[in-house]
Design a protein around this ligand. Structure first.
Ligand SMILES: Cc1cc2nc3c(=O)[nH]c(=O)nc-3n(C[C@H](O)[C@H](O)[C@H](O)COP(=O)(O)O)c2cc1C
Length: 203
């Protein structure tokens, strides 16, 4: 599928065919795409928890205020991030480059995040946001639909998936075969309202 076609036709789907099962290869293809998403310093701080088990999906749906698309979807991806990835053998993020530039990147990375919890969290959300869009566009181009989600009990979902203490959940993306098309778009703002040439105009 053409990239623009995928961007335009991606919509948040709220009803999926509960009987459809994705193959392991399809799920893998989506995840292989997700890990090509860009991250600052190539930190690759995302961690993906994939759920296909019906009982678990049902539990996730209950923890999502009963949103049915969570249990109907073939796959639920919980996008998490490791807040300490900046300090976990960061040399491996540039293992393909010569040692000297690699060491200077490691030094720079460490000073960007060491002792800076807000930066660590911001990076988690930036990286997961990028990966979420990659997942949704990859799924769309494979004939699947998706819904990004934040409407769930983060604490309880964290407990359910055994989220490590130094990790955070950013969002979930559910993936499946649409059973019902999306309603017409809610109403996109005009470019003139959201784009500013060079700077915000003075008010
Ligand atoms: C971060 C985020 C969280 C969202 N959370 C939910 C959610 O919990 N449940 C839901 O049904 N849709 C959720 N949505 C979908 C939005 O409602 C949807 O993207 C928006 O209305 C625009 O529609 P579209 O995605 O079809 O273009 C979420 C979207 C984003 C980006």
């Amino acid at each position: 599928m053409d990239t623009f076609e995928a961007i335009k036709s991606r919509r948040s789907i709220k009803s999926f065919d509960i009987h459809h099962k994705m193959t392991a290869d399809e799920i893998n293809k989506i995840l292989e795409s997700a890990i090509l998403s860009p991250t600052s310093y190539n930190i690759q701080n995302w961690r993906f928890v994939t759920v296909t088990d019906q009982t678990l999906k049902h539990k996730l749906s209950e923890l999502s205020h009963g949103q049915r698309h969570v249990s109907e979807a073939s796959l639920v991806i919980i996008l998490c991030a490791d807040l300490n990835s900046w300090d976990r053998e960061p040399q491996r993020y540039w293992r393909n480059i010569p040692e000297e530039p690699r060491n200077s990147l490691v030094d720079s990375l460490r000073s960007s995040y060491r002792g800076k919890p807000q930066q660590q969290r911001d990076e988690a959300m930036r990286s997961c946001g990028m990966a979420a869009q990659t997942i949704m566009l990859a799924a769309k181009s494979m004939g699947y639909d998706t819904c990004p989600m934040k409407g769930f009990d983060y604490e309880a979902v964290g407990q359910l998936i055994g989220l490590p203490e130094d990790h955070v959940i950013s969002m979930m993306v559910v993936v499946g075969k649409a059973a019902k098309q999306a309603s017409p778009r809610g109403g996109q703002l005009a470019l003139s309202e959201v784009v500013f040439e060079n700077k915000f105009s003075q008010v």
